[in-house]
Design a protein around this ligand. Structure first.
Ligand code: PLP
Length: 396
């Protein structure tokens, strides 16, 4: 089916939540490359918005999923599930979490985290219900997570919102201290804000926030939906900041493209969930958790977390060199392979379009180009991006 036919069907039958999409439909992927219905080759420096961490159609993933599909796709959580238990073990052994619960998306994982923080205090008999999040954060599209998201544009049509979310500006410790009270239940933070344009928290800020949380029985939640699974050059972004969250959430890269989410928590808070308090029909099913296990296997075999760090540093250095040469670039930000290039004007969508014309895919806010390649990206592929990007910069 060609793109024009798909576009017509989409227009007629799909709810118009995505508006005019980029006019291409991909039929095949391999590594960083995607191919459209006419066989054109593209370089995917967006990776399904930080999802395809092991690239497209990685043979280990393909074989694992083929084998799983042939045996068992779904059974329900009434029964014990081997892959679910094994993936929970993997996450737990590689992080500060003791226990894991699987959901189906980032928003759903964050919902689970919010519920867990609330039930923790409920069961202790504490009247602590307020959750502090950051302005310009993004935590998802469900009703609780749009309320958690500190951006009016996502929540305005959905009032009345779920109550008791309080927003504070990033890296402003005094603003944070002003809002903390005996009613504070939890703090939920992205260590690097992705959706709003790659904004990093400062280490000193996070350490102070963390200290206040520990002193006041406030649950410290990291939303690692985008930063998790090696994206920032560590397996989890919290590792850069010398803190251990009580709860962190994962999704995106964990399944390498198969939908999955995870609420990961320390025992003292995870224990607040008793049978019946939370659940999911699909969450942690044999197929999704097999994908998660394949992702871990590939990460270990190919040393992808270390690669994300070193290749990310190389990429960022080269982009900083370009920023010194081309004055339209204001700043280059990010860690590992989560990189933002901010322009002095709101031209990032135009740059994204120019890249697309040259068969390179990236993301954009108004002023910031978002670069999130698969963690398998090679130096040669990074150089390819840089050459095309410089060609575009020269024209501006
Ligand atoms: N949290 C963060 C930090 C995200 O970047 C996103 C998605 O972009 C979400 C939550 C929501 O994830 P999902 O779209 O899988 O519900």
């Amino acid at each position: 089916m060609n793109t024009e036919t798909i576009k017509q069907l989409d227009k007629q039958f799909y709810m118009n939540t995505f508006g005019e999409r980029i006019p291409v439909s991909f039929t095949k992927g391999e590594g960083i490359k995607l191919y459209d219905d006419e066989g054109n080759e593209y370089f995917d420096f967006l990776a399904g918005i930080a999802v395809n961490s092991v690239g497209h159609s990685h043979p280990v993933m393909v074989n694992a999923l083929k084998e799983q599909v042939e045996n068992l796709i779904h059974v329900s959580n009434y029964y014990y599930i081997d892959n679910q238990a094994l993936l929970a073990e993997k996450i737990s052994k590689n992080s500060c979490a003791d226990k894991v619960f699987f959901a189906n998306s980032g928003a759903e994982a964050n919902e689970g985290a919010i519920k867990l923080a609330r039930i923790y205090h409920y069961k202790k008999g504490n009247e602590k219900t307020e959750i502090i999040t950051l302005t310009n954060s993004f935590h998802g599209r469900t009703l609780a997570t749009v309320a958690a998201t500190g951006q009016e544009k996502f929540s305005a049509p959905y009032h009345p919102l779920m109550e008791k979310f309080i927003y504070v500006p990033i890296n402003d410790i005094n603003a944070f201290k002003e809002k903390v009270s005996e009613k504070t239940c939890a703090v939920m933070i992205e260590m690097i804000q992705g959706e709003s344009g790659v904004h990093e928290v400062e280490e000193s800020y996070i350490q102070e926030v963390y200290k206040i949380c520990k002193e006041n029985d406030i649950i410290f939640i990291c939303d690692e939906v985008q930063t998790g699974m090696g994206r920032t050059g560590k397996l989890f972004a919290y590792e850069h900041f010398g803190v251990e969250p009580d709860i962190f959430t994962l999704a995106k890269a964990l399944g390498g493209g198969v939908p999955i989410g995870a609420v990961c928590a320390k025992d003292f808070v995870a224990d607040a969930f008793s049978p019946g308090d939370h659940g999911s029909t699909f969450g942690g099913n044999p197929l999704a958790t097999r994908a998660g296990l394949a992702v871990f296997e590939i990460f270990e075999k190919e040393n992808l977390v270390e690669k994300s760090k070193t290749n990310g540093e190389y990429f960022k250095e080269k982009l900083i060199a370009l920023s010194e040469k081309y004055s339209i670039i204001k700043e280059v930000r990010g860690k590992g392979l989560m990189i933002g290039v901010e322009f002095k004007e709101a031209i990032a969508p135009e740059i994204k379009h120019d890249l697309f014309e040259r068969k390179y895919l990236a993301g954009a806010t108004a002023t910031t180009l978002r670069i999130l390649p698969p963690l398998t990206v090679t130096i040669e592929e990074i150089d390819g991006f840089l050459a095309v990007f410089e060609e575009i910069l020269k024209e501006k």
